[in-house]
Structure formats: structure tokens, C-alpha cells
Ligand binder design. Structure first.
Ligand code: LHQ
Length: 262
């Protein structure tokens, strides 16, 4: 399904959302964010087992479209809080709440809220030529759309502060070394590697993926005892699934498992 600036497709367990405004480096408008929210809902309707979010052209996403607002009359009528609460917050929270793994394929720069969008995803894979840019400081803003939350958790205070305050480009390979992203791969291998990754996840035990994701996100706010209890609760549920039965049976029969996601 094609919206004005977002493409959505589903096939064989894999939903793909493609930011499609390459002439503006996939920078985000209010209507584009709404299209993104609609596309996220479609992944649930399609009962996808993995979601891939990617960009067309030479960038992943350059953040909020800075030309969407009229600054010619000053900043009196600029309502960023409302914009963030109405369109960014639901999308970021929706990505994190999805009961499937979400992969960001960062094909080029990810700047501003575009970096936050990538970091909201569960697995971030980038081309070696890509970079991450906390562009906010350059225009008098702070990392938003979860930016401060993601940065602090992923790379710690020292690096989060440096990235956010200095607004220097972070190469994909440094992002990998710093633990900001899962990995970067050589540009020519990127498409094949992303495809292999999402295909693998589309045949993974989906409920275990969901519980893994939610456990890891919950960890930083939990005590050890709370986290062990949460793991026990999820493991209790997983202990009753068809996928566990298949996984254990396949192991004992020395064959590859065939998970249904149930
Ligand atoms: C753009 C943009 C863009 C519009 C490239 N907007 N046109 C704030 C407020 C409220 C709610 C939510 O969130 C936020 C947070 C934000 O995300 S604030 C915005 C943060 N992003 C930026 O500040 C990034 C601005 N862009 C850049 O600094 C550069 O474009 C980068 C470094 C990303 C890439 O540079 P280049 O490779 O040299 O490309 P370019 O600058 O030539 O861009 C290509 C075109 O894309 C160009 O249009 P044109 O018509 O001249 O060819 C740019 O104007 C347009 N574009 N980012 N965010």
C-alpha cells in the first residue's frame, strides 16, 4: 500500500515500512507521521512476525521537516510540544509496544528525530557509510521523540552528553563500537544482510521475541527481583506454547525447528 510519503507492504510474515520522501532525505511531516502510524497498525492487521523500517534514497531520515513550520512571523505560533505529543510520541511508543521484532535498516544518515526513530527499533543495522547525527543542538533543540532516553540507555551519560551537545556525526562503525546499534555492514552487503535478518526473524518463535523485547526494555526500571519475576512470568507463558514444543522436539530429533509463531 502506498501513502503519499510512506510505503507499506506485507509478505510471508514480513511487514516493510519504507519512508519515501528521498528528495528531502525522508524528513518527517505531520502527515507522514500519521501515515507511519497507519502503517504500524497494518502490521498488526497482517499479523506480521517481523517489521522492517527503512528509507529510500541516500538517507534513512533527516528528522522533522524544518520547512513545515512558518518561522517568518517569529516563533509565537510554533507548537512543538503539541506536535511531539500528537504524532511522534504515539509512533515511538507503538514501535516499542509491538509484539514483534522491529528492525531499522539505516541506509544513510539518521538525523534528529530520524535518529530517534531508528533507535526506537529493536535491532538497528546500518550501512558502513551511514551516520547518526543529533542535529538538534545545531538548531537550538534537544534530542526528542525519545532521543535522550535512547542515548542515555544505549551509550551512557558521557557519550549521550557529547553526542547531544556537540551534534557531531557519529559514523555507523563508531555507533556499532559504542553499542548504539546492533551492527554496521559494508554497503554492498547491506541489502542481502538485512534480507537475511528479517527472513530469520520471520521464522523465529515470535512470542519469545516479543517477551524478550519487553523484558529487555523493562530491565532498566526494575530491581533484579522484579526482573526475575517478570522473566518467570513470561517463561511460564512460553512454556505452554507450540513453539517451545517444536523447539525442544526439533532439538531432540536433531533437526532444524519450524516455528509457527504460536
Ligand atoms: C530537509 C531536512 C529537514 C527539511 C534535509 N527538513 N528539509 C523537532 C521539532 C518538533 C517535533 C519533532 O522533532 C523535532 C526534532 C527534529 O527532528 S528537528 C530536525 C532535526 N534535523 C535536522 O536538523 C537535520 C537537517 N538536515 C541536515 O542537517 C542535512 O540535511 C543533513 C546533515 C542531514 C544531510 O546533509 P546533506 O547530505 O548535505 O543533504 P542536504 O542538506 O543537501 O539535504 C538534501 C535536501 O533535503 C535539501 O533540500 P534541497 O531542496 O535544498 O535539495 C534539504 O533542505 C532537505 N532536508 N533535512 N530536516
Amino acid at each position: 500500500m502506498n501513502f503519499a510519503s510512506v510505503r507499506y507492504s506485507y509478505e510471508a510474515g514480513i511487514s516493510r515500512i519504507t519512508l519515501n520522501r528521498p528528495e528531502k532525505l525522508n524528513s518527517l511531516t505531520r502527515s507522514m507521521m500519521r501515515e507511519l502510524a497507519t502503517a504500524l497498525n497494518l502490521t498488526q492487521e497482517d499479523q506480521a512476525r517481523v517489521l522492517l523500517i527503512q528509507g529510500t534514497g541516500r538517507g534513512f531520515c533527516a528528522g522533522q521537516d524544518l520547512s513545515e513550520h512558518d518561522f517568518s512571523q517569529g516563533t509565537e505560533n510554533i507548537a512543538f510540544e503539541q506536535l511531539i505529543r500528537e504524532v511522534y510520541e504515539p509512533v515511538i511508543l507503538q514501535i516499542q509496544a509491538l509484539n514483534i521484532p522491529v528492525v531499522a535498516a539505516v541506509n544513510g544518515m539518521a538525523a534528529g528525530a530520524g535518529a530517534s526513530l531508528a533507535l526506537a527499533c529493536d535491532i538497528v543495522i546500518a550501512t558502513r557509510s551511514a551516520y547518526f547525527l543529533q542535529a538538534f543542538a545545531k538548531i537550538g533543540l534537544i534530542p526528542d521523540a525519545g532521543g535522550t532516553w535512547f542515548l542515555q540507555r544505549l551509550v551512557g551519560n558521557a557519550r549521550a552528553m557529547g553526542l547531544a551537545m556537540l551534534g557531531e556525526r557519529l559514523s555507523a562503525s563508531d555507533a556499532q563500537d559504542w553499542g548504539l546499534i546492533w551492527k554496521c555492514v559494508d554497503d554492498e552487503k547491506f541489502t542481502a544482510e538485512v534480507e537475511a535478518l528479517v527472513r530469520h526473524l520471520s521464522t523465529a518463535p515470535t512470542l519469545a521475541m516479543a517477551h524478550t523485547k519487553h523484558s529487555i526494555y523493562a530491565a532498566s526500571a526494575n530491581t533484579l527481583a522484579e526482573q526475575i519475576a517478570l522473566e518467570a512470568k513470561y517463561q511460564g507463558e512460553l512454556g505452554k506454547t507450540a513453539d517451545l514444543l517444536e523447539g525442544v522436539t526439533a532439538f531432540l530429533q536433531k533437526r532444524a525447528p519450524s516455528f509457527s509463531g504460536k
